[in-house]
Design a binder for this molecule. Structure first.
Ligand SMILES: Nc1nc2c(ncn2[C@@H]2O[C@H](COP(=O)(O)OP(=O)(O)OP(=O)(O)O)[C@@H](O)[C@H]2O)c(=O)[nH]1
Ligand SMILES: [Mg+2]
Length: 374
Protein backbone atom coordinates (compact mmCIF):
# COMPACT_ATOMS: atom_id res chain seq x y z
CA UNK A 1 0.00 0.00 0.00
CA UNK A 2 1.18 3.53 -0.77
CA UNK A 3 2.62 5.46 2.18
CA UNK A 4 -0.05 7.74 3.60
CA UNK A 5 0.19 11.44 3.06
CA UNK A 6 0.78 13.57 6.10
CA UNK A 7 -1.71 16.19 7.16
CA UNK A 8 -2.25 18.84 9.79
CA UNK A 9 -5.89 18.97 10.87
CA UNK A 10 -7.79 22.15 11.70
CA UNK A 11 -11.11 21.52 13.40
CA UNK A 12 -13.41 22.37 16.32
CA UNK A 13 -12.42 21.62 19.93
CA UNK A 14 -15.12 18.94 20.32
CA UNK A 15 -14.05 15.35 20.88
CA UNK A 16 -16.59 13.69 18.59
CA UNK A 17 -15.93 16.22 15.83
CA UNK A 18 -12.18 15.59 16.05
CA UNK A 19 -12.76 11.85 16.05
CA UNK A 20 -14.90 12.00 12.94
CA UNK A 21 -12.43 14.29 11.13
CA UNK A 22 -9.55 11.91 11.92
CA UNK A 23 -11.64 9.01 10.68
CA UNK A 24 -12.47 10.86 7.45
CA UNK A 25 -8.80 11.76 6.96
CA UNK A 26 -7.82 8.16 7.60
CA UNK A 27 -10.34 6.91 5.07
CA UNK A 28 -8.94 9.34 2.50
CA UNK A 29 -5.43 8.03 3.14
CA UNK A 30 -4.03 10.85 5.28
CA UNK A 31 -2.13 10.48 8.50
CA UNK A 32 -2.86 13.33 10.91
CA UNK A 33 0.45 14.47 12.39
CA UNK A 34 -0.95 17.37 14.39
CA UNK A 35 -4.33 18.87 15.22
CA UNK A 36 -5.20 22.50 15.84
CA UNK A 37 -8.60 23.47 17.14
CA UNK A 38 -10.55 26.70 17.30
CA UNK A 39 -14.14 27.37 18.29
CA UNK A 40 -14.79 29.43 15.16
CA UNK A 41 -13.31 28.22 11.90
CA UNK A 42 -15.39 30.05 9.32
CA UNK A 43 -13.99 33.53 10.00
CA UNK A 44 -13.21 36.00 7.28
CA UNK A 45 -9.61 35.97 6.06
CA UNK A 46 -8.19 32.52 6.80
CA UNK A 47 -11.20 30.71 8.21
CA UNK A 48 -9.31 30.67 11.49
CA UNK A 49 -8.04 33.74 13.35
CA UNK A 50 -4.86 35.52 12.32
CA UNK A 51 -2.88 34.28 15.35
CA UNK A 52 -3.99 30.69 14.75
CA UNK A 53 -3.06 30.99 11.08
CA UNK A 54 0.46 32.08 12.05
CA UNK A 55 0.63 29.10 14.39
CA UNK A 56 -0.34 26.79 11.53
CA UNK A 57 2.31 28.36 9.33
CA UNK A 58 5.01 27.62 11.91
CA UNK A 59 3.78 24.06 12.32
CA UNK A 60 3.89 23.56 8.57
CA UNK A 61 7.49 24.78 8.44
CA UNK A 62 8.39 22.42 11.25
CA UNK A 63 6.43 19.30 10.27
CA UNK A 64 6.29 19.65 6.47
CA UNK A 65 2.83 18.07 5.91
CA UNK A 66 1.55 17.30 2.40
CA UNK A 67 -1.72 19.13 3.05
CA UNK A 68 -3.72 20.97 5.68
CA UNK A 69 -7.13 19.43 6.27
CA UNK A 70 -9.69 22.07 7.09
CA UNK A 71 -12.72 20.39 8.67
CA UNK A 72 -15.27 22.89 7.35
CA UNK A 73 -16.54 24.13 4.06
CA UNK A 74 -14.53 27.27 3.34
CA UNK A 75 -14.55 29.86 0.59
CA UNK A 76 -11.93 29.78 -2.19
CA UNK A 77 -10.52 33.11 -0.94
CA UNK A 78 -10.03 31.72 2.56
CA UNK A 79 -8.43 28.62 1.11
CA UNK A 80 -6.21 30.73 -1.10
CA UNK A 81 -5.16 33.03 1.75
CA UNK A 82 -4.26 30.15 4.03
CA UNK A 83 -2.47 28.30 1.21
CA UNK A 84 -0.40 31.36 0.35
CA UNK A 85 0.46 32.01 3.99
CA UNK A 86 1.44 28.40 4.74
CA UNK A 87 2.65 27.39 1.27
CA UNK A 88 0.79 24.12 1.35
CA UNK A 89 -2.42 22.83 -0.20
CA UNK A 90 -5.65 23.05 1.77
CA UNK A 91 -8.20 20.21 1.67
CA UNK A 92 -11.58 21.26 3.06
CA UNK A 93 -14.26 18.90 4.42
CA UNK A 94 -16.09 18.57 1.12
CA UNK A 95 -12.90 17.89 -0.80
CA UNK A 96 -11.96 15.27 1.80
CA UNK A 97 -15.30 13.48 1.44
CA UNK A 98 -14.92 13.60 -2.34
CA UNK A 99 -11.46 12.06 -2.07
CA UNK A 100 -12.82 9.18 0.02
CA UNK A 101 -15.64 8.58 -2.44
CA UNK A 102 -13.14 8.64 -5.27
CA UNK A 103 -11.02 5.96 -3.61
CA UNK A 104 -14.02 3.77 -2.82
CA UNK A 105 -16.27 4.11 -5.85
CA UNK A 106 -16.32 0.71 -7.52
CA UNK A 107 -19.48 0.55 -9.63
CA UNK A 108 -19.96 2.49 -12.87
CA UNK A 109 -22.81 4.40 -11.33
CA UNK A 110 -20.94 5.46 -8.20
CA UNK A 111 -17.93 6.44 -10.33
CA UNK A 112 -20.08 8.72 -12.47
CA UNK A 113 -21.79 10.08 -9.37
CA UNK A 114 -18.50 10.95 -7.74
CA UNK A 115 -17.10 12.59 -10.88
CA UNK A 116 -20.24 14.66 -11.12
CA UNK A 117 -20.00 15.69 -7.48
CA UNK A 118 -16.37 16.71 -8.02
CA UNK A 119 -17.32 18.83 -11.02
CA UNK A 120 -20.10 20.48 -9.01
CA UNK A 121 -17.57 21.26 -6.28
CA UNK A 122 -15.22 22.77 -8.87
CA UNK A 123 -18.00 24.60 -10.67
CA UNK A 124 -19.07 26.45 -7.54
CA UNK A 125 -15.50 27.68 -7.12
CA UNK A 126 -14.30 27.98 -10.73
CA UNK A 127 -14.50 31.70 -11.41
CA UNK A 128 -13.17 32.68 -8.01
CA UNK A 129 -10.29 30.23 -8.20
CA UNK A 130 -9.19 31.38 -11.65
CA UNK A 131 -9.34 35.01 -10.54
CA UNK A 132 -7.21 34.21 -7.49
CA UNK A 133 -4.76 32.07 -9.49
CA UNK A 134 -4.25 34.90 -11.97
CA UNK A 135 -3.24 37.16 -9.10
CA UNK A 136 -0.45 34.70 -8.22
CA UNK A 137 -0.63 30.94 -8.08
CA UNK A 138 -0.57 29.10 -4.76
CA UNK A 139 -0.63 25.42 -3.77
CA UNK A 140 -3.93 23.99 -4.90
CA UNK A 141 -4.38 26.69 -7.54
CA UNK A 142 -1.58 25.72 -9.93
CA UNK A 143 -2.29 25.81 -13.64
CA UNK A 144 -5.54 27.70 -13.27
CA UNK A 145 -3.88 31.08 -13.94
CA UNK A 146 -3.66 30.34 -17.64
CA UNK A 147 -7.44 30.04 -18.00
CA UNK A 148 -10.05 32.65 -18.68
CA UNK A 149 -12.50 32.36 -15.78
CA UNK A 150 -15.54 31.88 -18.02
CA UNK A 151 -13.84 29.39 -20.29
CA UNK A 152 -12.84 27.28 -17.29
CA UNK A 153 -16.31 27.51 -15.80
CA UNK A 154 -18.07 26.60 -19.03
CA UNK A 155 -15.69 23.71 -19.62
CA UNK A 156 -16.59 22.22 -16.24
CA UNK A 157 -20.26 22.86 -16.87
CA UNK A 158 -20.12 21.06 -20.22
CA UNK A 159 -18.35 18.05 -18.68
CA UNK A 160 -20.93 17.95 -15.90
CA UNK A 161 -23.77 17.94 -18.45
CA UNK A 162 -22.24 14.94 -20.26
CA UNK A 163 -21.96 13.03 -16.98
CA UNK A 164 -25.49 13.95 -16.00
CA UNK A 165 -26.74 12.34 -19.22
CA UNK A 166 -24.77 9.17 -18.48
CA UNK A 167 -26.16 9.10 -14.96
CA UNK A 168 -29.69 9.44 -16.28
CA UNK A 169 -29.12 6.32 -18.36
CA UNK A 170 -27.97 4.49 -15.21
CA UNK A 171 -31.05 5.77 -13.41
CA UNK A 172 -33.31 4.42 -16.14
CA UNK A 173 -31.62 1.07 -15.75
CA UNK A 174 -32.17 1.18 -12.00
CA UNK A 175 -35.81 2.14 -12.49
CA UNK A 176 -36.24 -0.89 -14.74
CA UNK A 177 -34.88 -3.13 -12.00
CA UNK A 178 -37.24 -1.50 -9.56
CA UNK A 179 -40.18 -2.09 -11.89
CA UNK A 180 -39.19 -5.73 -12.28
CA UNK A 181 -39.06 -6.10 -8.54
CA UNK A 182 -42.40 -4.37 -8.14
CA UNK A 183 -43.87 -6.76 -10.71
CA UNK A 184 -42.46 -9.66 -8.72
CA UNK A 185 -44.68 -8.27 -5.98
CA UNK A 186 -42.05 -8.27 -3.26
CA UNK A 187 -42.02 -5.43 -0.74
CA UNK A 188 -38.70 -3.65 -0.23
CA UNK A 189 -36.99 -2.87 3.05
CA UNK A 190 -34.15 -0.32 2.87
CA UNK A 191 -31.36 0.16 5.36
CA UNK A 192 -30.41 3.76 6.08
CA UNK A 193 -28.30 5.58 8.63
CA UNK A 194 -25.12 7.38 9.48
CA UNK A 195 -21.88 5.96 8.13
CA UNK A 196 -20.52 3.14 10.35
CA UNK A 197 -23.85 2.64 12.14
CA UNK A 198 -23.71 -1.02 11.09
CA UNK A 199 -26.04 -1.15 8.06
CA UNK A 200 -23.95 -3.61 6.08
CA UNK A 201 -23.30 -5.78 9.13
CA UNK A 202 -27.07 -5.97 9.64
CA UNK A 203 -27.55 -6.63 5.91
CA UNK A 204 -25.08 -9.53 6.14
CA UNK A 205 -26.73 -10.91 9.28
CA UNK A 206 -30.16 -10.82 7.66
CA UNK A 207 -29.12 -12.13 4.24
CA UNK A 208 -26.16 -14.36 5.03
CA UNK A 209 -24.09 -12.26 2.62
CA UNK A 210 -20.48 -11.29 3.24
CA UNK A 211 -20.41 -7.70 1.99
CA UNK A 212 -17.51 -5.58 3.23
CA UNK A 213 -17.96 -3.90 6.61
CA UNK A 214 -15.38 -1.70 8.27
CA UNK A 215 -14.80 0.73 11.12
CA UNK A 216 -13.82 3.32 8.50
CA UNK A 217 -16.44 5.79 7.26
CA UNK A 218 -18.13 5.27 3.88
CA UNK A 219 -17.47 1.57 3.43
CA UNK A 220 -20.54 1.14 1.25
CA UNK A 221 -20.90 3.39 -1.77
CA UNK A 222 -23.48 1.60 -3.84
CA UNK A 223 -26.74 -0.17 -3.24
CA UNK A 224 -27.10 -3.95 -2.95
CA UNK A 225 -30.38 -5.79 -2.95
CA UNK A 226 -31.01 -9.34 -1.75
CA UNK A 227 -34.13 -11.30 -1.00
CA UNK A 228 -34.65 -12.46 2.58
CA UNK A 229 -37.13 -14.83 4.07
CA UNK A 230 -39.28 -13.54 6.93
CA UNK A 231 -40.56 -16.80 8.31
CA UNK A 232 -42.23 -17.77 5.07
CA UNK A 233 -42.74 -14.42 3.36
CA UNK A 234 -40.09 -12.98 1.06
CA UNK A 235 -38.99 -9.36 1.02
CA UNK A 236 -36.14 -7.52 -0.68
CA UNK A 237 -33.51 -5.91 1.50
CA UNK A 238 -31.44 -2.94 0.32
CA UNK A 239 -28.13 -1.76 1.71
CA UNK A 240 -27.35 1.91 0.99
CA UNK A 241 -24.70 4.61 1.25
CA UNK A 242 -24.20 6.05 4.74
CA UNK A 243 -24.91 9.63 5.73
CA UNK A 244 -22.57 12.15 7.30
CA UNK A 245 -23.08 15.56 8.88
CA UNK A 246 -22.60 18.70 6.79
CA UNK A 247 -23.06 16.71 3.59
CA UNK A 248 -23.69 19.41 1.01
CA UNK A 249 -26.92 19.26 -0.96
CA UNK A 250 -25.19 18.65 -4.29
CA UNK A 251 -23.56 15.54 -2.86
CA UNK A 252 -26.88 14.14 -1.73
CA UNK A 253 -28.03 15.04 -5.21
CA UNK A 254 -25.15 13.14 -6.79
CA UNK A 255 -26.16 10.03 -4.87
CA UNK A 256 -29.83 10.62 -5.35
CA UNK A 257 -30.44 7.62 -7.57
CA UNK A 258 -28.74 5.35 -5.03
CA UNK A 259 -30.66 6.80 -2.11
CA UNK A 260 -33.85 6.97 -4.14
CA UNK A 261 -34.43 3.43 -2.92
CA UNK A 262 -35.58 5.07 0.31
CA UNK A 263 -38.49 6.73 -1.46
CA UNK A 264 -39.71 3.44 -2.88
CA UNK A 265 -39.12 1.31 0.21
CA UNK A 266 -42.09 -0.14 2.07
CA UNK A 267 -40.05 0.18 5.25
CA UNK A 268 -36.87 2.09 6.04
CA UNK A 269 -34.71 0.59 8.76
CA UNK A 270 -32.96 3.57 10.29
CA UNK A 271 -29.85 2.04 11.84
CA UNK A 272 -28.53 3.98 14.83
CA UNK A 273 -25.28 3.23 16.67
CA UNK A 274 -26.66 3.32 20.22
CA UNK A 275 -23.33 2.46 21.86
CA UNK A 276 -21.93 5.96 21.48
CA UNK A 277 -22.36 8.83 23.97
CA UNK A 278 -25.88 10.22 23.60
CA UNK A 279 -24.74 13.61 22.23
CA UNK A 280 -22.94 11.85 19.42
CA UNK A 281 -25.87 9.56 18.72
CA UNK A 282 -28.20 12.58 18.74
CA UNK A 283 -26.23 14.63 16.26
CA UNK A 284 -25.88 11.66 13.89
CA UNK A 285 -29.58 10.94 14.27
CA UNK A 286 -30.41 14.53 13.34
CA UNK A 287 -28.21 14.38 10.24
CA UNK A 288 -29.83 11.10 9.25
CA UNK A 289 -33.33 12.52 9.63
CA UNK A 290 -32.35 15.48 7.44
CA UNK A 291 -31.45 13.12 4.62
CA UNK A 292 -34.45 10.87 5.15
CA UNK A 293 -36.71 13.92 5.02
CA UNK A 294 -35.13 14.88 1.67
CA UNK A 295 -36.59 11.65 0.34
CA UNK A 296 -39.96 12.25 1.95
CA UNK A 297 -40.11 8.99 3.87
CA UNK A 298 -43.20 9.12 6.11
CA UNK A 299 -42.52 8.55 9.80
CA UNK A 300 -44.88 5.57 9.88
CA UNK A 301 -42.59 3.69 7.50
CA UNK A 302 -39.46 4.09 9.65
CA UNK A 303 -38.24 1.40 12.04
CA UNK A 304 -35.59 2.59 14.49
CA UNK A 305 -32.92 -0.06 14.87
CA UNK A 306 -30.80 0.66 17.96
CA UNK A 307 -27.71 -1.23 16.86
CA UNK A 308 -24.54 -2.33 18.70
CA UNK A 309 -26.52 -2.97 21.88
CA UNK A 310 -23.89 -5.63 22.70
CA UNK A 311 -21.58 -2.74 23.61
CA UNK A 312 -24.14 -1.41 26.09
CA UNK A 313 -27.52 -2.85 27.25
CA UNK A 314 -31.19 -2.61 26.22
CA UNK A 315 -32.12 -0.29 29.13
CA UNK A 316 -29.44 2.17 28.12
CA UNK A 317 -30.51 1.86 24.48
CA UNK A 318 -34.16 2.67 25.32
CA UNK A 319 -33.05 5.48 27.61
CA UNK A 320 -31.02 7.07 24.81
CA UNK A 321 -33.84 6.53 22.31
CA UNK A 322 -36.06 8.38 24.76
CA UNK A 323 -33.62 11.27 24.80
CA UNK A 324 -33.73 11.32 21.00
CA UNK A 325 -37.52 11.53 21.26
CA UNK A 326 -38.27 8.16 19.65
CA UNK A 327 -39.33 6.20 22.71
CA UNK A 328 -43.08 6.21 22.36
CA UNK A 329 -42.92 4.62 18.96
CA UNK A 330 -43.67 0.92 18.75
CA UNK A 331 -41.13 0.68 16.00
CA UNK A 332 -38.00 0.88 18.17
CA UNK A 333 -35.83 -2.17 18.69
CA UNK A 334 -32.42 -2.65 20.31
CA UNK A 335 -30.40 -5.19 18.29
CA UNK A 336 -26.88 -6.36 17.73
CA UNK A 337 -26.05 -7.01 14.11
CA UNK A 338 -22.83 -8.56 15.33
CA UNK A 339 -24.10 -11.05 17.93
CA UNK A 340 -27.53 -11.55 16.37
CA UNK A 341 -29.35 -10.27 19.47
CA UNK A 342 -33.02 -9.50 18.67
CA UNK A 343 -32.58 -10.20 14.97
CA UNK A 344 -35.51 -12.60 15.12
CA UNK A 345 -37.58 -9.92 16.83
CA UNK A 346 -36.67 -7.54 14.04
CA UNK A 347 -37.82 -10.05 11.44
CA UNK A 348 -41.08 -10.54 13.33
CA UNK A 349 -41.63 -6.79 13.52
CA UNK A 350 -41.02 -6.43 9.77
CA UNK A 351 -43.28 -9.34 9.07
CA UNK A 352 -46.08 -7.92 11.13
CA UNK A 353 -45.73 -4.48 9.56
CA UNK A 354 -45.61 -5.82 6.01
CA UNK A 355 -47.95 -8.77 6.04
CA UNK A 356 -50.07 -8.71 9.13
CA UNK A 357 -51.60 -5.25 9.02
CA UNK A 358 -54.91 -6.70 7.92
CA UNK A 359 -54.78 -9.42 10.57
CA UNK A 360 -53.83 -6.82 13.18
CA UNK A 361 -56.71 -4.60 12.12
CA UNK A 362 -59.07 -7.57 12.29
CA UNK A 363 -57.79 -8.43 15.75
CA UNK A 364 -58.21 -4.83 16.88
CA UNK A 365 -61.76 -4.70 15.61
CA UNK A 366 -62.54 -8.01 17.27
CA UNK A 367 -61.04 -6.82 20.54
CA UNK A 368 -63.05 -3.61 20.43
CA UNK A 369 -66.25 -5.47 19.68
CA UNK A 370 -65.61 -7.82 22.56
CA UNK A 371 -65.03 -4.85 24.86
CA UNK A 372 -68.20 -3.16 23.69
CA UNK A 373 -70.16 -6.31 24.35
CA UNK A 374 -68.98 -6.56 27.96
N1 LIG B 1 -19.98 -4.26 18.54
C1 LIG B 1 -20.68 -4.16 17.42
N2 LIG B 1 -20.09 -3.68 16.32
C2 LIG B 1 -20.83 -3.59 15.19
C3 LIG B 1 -22.19 -3.96 15.15
N3 LIG B 1 -22.66 -3.73 13.91
C4 LIG B 1 -21.62 -3.24 13.20
N4 LIG B 1 -20.50 -3.14 13.96
C5 LIG B 1 -19.16 -2.65 13.55
O1 LIG B 1 -19.29 -1.30 13.15
C6 LIG B 1 -18.43 -1.00 12.06
C7 LIG B 1 -19.23 -0.42 10.91
O2 LIG B 1 -20.09 -1.40 10.40
P1 LIG B 1 -20.65 -1.38 8.90
O3 LIG B 1 -21.66 -2.47 8.82
O4 LIG B 1 -19.55 -1.35 7.91
O5 LIG B 1 -21.38 0.04 8.92
P2 LIG B 1 -22.20 0.76 7.75
O6 LIG B 1 -23.37 1.43 8.40
O7 LIG B 1 -22.51 -0.21 6.65
O8 LIG B 1 -21.16 1.86 7.27
P3 LIG B 1 -21.01 2.57 5.82
O9 LIG B 1 -21.06 1.52 4.77
O10 LIG B 1 -19.71 3.25 5.95
O11 LIG B 1 -22.16 3.54 5.72
C8 LIG B 1 -17.73 -2.31 11.71
O12 LIG B 1 -16.46 -2.29 12.33
C9 LIG B 1 -18.66 -3.37 12.31
O13 LIG B 1 -17.97 -4.56 12.68
C10 LIG B 1 -22.79 -4.49 16.36
O14 LIG B 1 -23.95 -4.84 16.44
N5 LIG B 1 -21.97 -4.54 17.44
MG1 LIG C 1 -22.01 -0.21 4.72
Amino acid sequence: MAASRKAILITYPVEQVIKEAVSLADAAGYEIIDTLTQRQITRSRFGIGRGKAEEVKELVEELRPDVIIFDEVIKPTQMYNLASLCKVQIVDRERLILEIFERRASTTESQIQIKLAQLRYDMARAREKVRLARAGEQPGFYGLGKYEADVYYLDIKRRAAVLKKKLEREETRRQLHRDQRARAGLPTVSLAGYTSAGKTTLFNTLTGETKATDKHVFTTLSTFTRAIDLHGDKVLLNDTVGFISKLPAYMIDAFKSTLDELTYASIVLLVIDISEPVEETASKYDSSLDVINEFKVPGTRIVYVLNKVDLTNPEDAFDKAGQLGILDSRRVLPVSARTGYNINQLKKLLRSMLFETEKVKDAEVKERMEKEQT
